[in-house]
Design a protein around this ligand. Structure first.
Ligand SMILES: *Cc1c(COP(=O)(O)O)cnc(C)c1O
Length: 409
């Protein structure tokens, strides 16, 4: 594609920091990982930060450290990248989906309450919500700050408090976002960030757990390192652990990116403003939601088609952009409609009309710090032209999954 969907912003500082580690000979378990963790914790505003191999492994260790297991369930969103539900499945826990808000595309707290009152009973002896049929306990809410827009954390924390639920934030798309002046990732018991190359900060592959809870931090530190006991000998293992360690090479890349984070986020903000200006009077689309409660760190610029035949228009727009060599992606097909997920749903088939609607209408446009104004102009002009043409499909189209190969996620 002439204009890619995303591209990491790698400069001289990144090359220098990574080269220094290469020359040092200390490629793993060296000093760069803890330096990255310390600086990241300071930026995120949490007491602890634990670096791991990906956002997915960060989520997985949080689930494990919170003790969420085979007898448990957690409420989350189906309008997300699969990792936010998979992390529960890894531990035998069941993700239970609540519908989203059509504008913010984030979990709707009212729908969480609906799920709770319809499907669960409060068990006073266990101090827990228990599913009416399966008898499993509802242990947590797992909000995802989708496309960088913070969830309604005040309402989510209120529900969590009322029903004794943990809150695990998937902040993988929201590094730097604030809700009511406070950084996301600091609201829950723990949070996960991801550093894949399309994210606001990249380490190529990598992730970070942040928490203020000493025990969760200690548990995650041990689990990422084969369940080692930090105080004792190298070959003493106190738990079934993993090798989820981030290397010093990756950490050095992260340190360079973190030093430049304000510049990287400002570029993204500027591009979003340019898209808003260029697309503001294009009929038939809805632009990303802005909120006075939040300042959003821009992960992606995602528009929605609107009106009659909105889903067909989205697919037509996607095909038209691809034909012009402009990358775009239908973020996100609902998790509960993924082929592998249908087998997992057991007897419960959620009805998530707003998740389905968003999945049919959303389209992520090219978005990366080095994007030029000319490229924004080209993409916006293409969107405008394609929408003024007749985008009704000649043939029936697949509902959720486009045939085109994805780039990245
Ligand atoms: C990127 C992302 C993750 C983590 O992805 P990794 O590729 O494992 O780093 C998790 N959840 C969401 C919503 C994401 O966008």
């Amino acid at each position: 594609m002439t204009i890619p969907l995303s591209r990491p912003e790698i400069g001289a500082l990144e090359v220098e920091y990574v080269s220094r580690v290469l020359r040092s000979g200390s490629l793993s378990l060296g000093p760069k990982v803890s330096e990255f963790e310390d600086k990241f914790a300071e930026y995120a505003g949490t007491r602890y930060a634990i670096a791991v191999t990906s956002g997915t492994s960060a989520l997985h260790l949080c689930v494990k450290a919170l003790g969420i297991g085979p007898e448990d369930e957690a409420v989350t969103t189906s309008f997300s990248f699969v990792a936010s539900a998979n992390c529960l499945l890894y531990e035998g826990a069941l993700p239970v989906f609540a519908d989203i808000d059509a504008e913010t595309l984030n979990l709707d707290p009212e729908r969480i309450r609906d799920v709770i009152t319809t499907d669960y009973l409060w068990d006073r002896t266990r101090d827990s919500l228990i599913h009416r049929e399966s008898g499993r306990a509802l242990k947590a809410i797992l909000p995802v700050h989708i496309f960088g827009l913070p969830c309604d954390m005040a309402s989510i924390l209120e529900i969590a408090d009322e029903f004794n639920l943990y809150v695990l934030e998937d902040a993988c798309e929201a590094l730097g976002s604030c809700y009511r002046g406070q950084r996301v990732g600091t609201f829950g018991d723990a949070a996960a960030f991801g550093f894949y190359p399309n994210k606001q900060l990249t380490t190529a592959e990598g992730g970070m757990i942040v928490t203020n809870d000493e025990q969760i931090a200690a548990s995650c530190r041990s689990l990422r390192n084969q369940g080692r006991d930090s105080e004792a000998s190298w070959l003493r293992h106190i738990a079934l652990g993993y090798n989820y360690r981030l290397s010093d090479l990756h950490a050095a890349l992260g340190l360079a990116q973190l030093e430049r984070i304000e510049e990287l986020l400002t570029s993204r903000e500027r591009l979003a403003r340019e898209y808003f200006r260029a697309l503001s009077n294009v009929p038939g689309i809805v632009l990303p939601r802005e909120s006075t409660d939040c300042s959003r760190s821009w992960f992606a610029y995602v528009i929605q088609t609107a009106g009659p035949l909105a889903a067909a228009k989205r697919n037509g727009l996607m095909a038209g952009l691809h034909a012009r060599d402009i990358a775009c992606q239908a973020y996100f097909p609902p998790i509960h409609r993924q082929p592998y997920f249908r087998e997992i749903q057991l007897s419960r088939t959620p009805s998530l009309p707003l998740t389905d609607m968003a999945a049919e209408r959303c389209l992520a446009l090219p978005f990366f710090p080095a994007m030029t104004s000319a490229q924004i102009g080209e993409v916006s002009a293409a969107v405008r032209e394609l929408l003024s043409a007749d985008l009704a499909p000649a043939e029936p189209q697949q509902k959720y999954f486009s045939a085109s190969a994805g780039s990245g996620l």
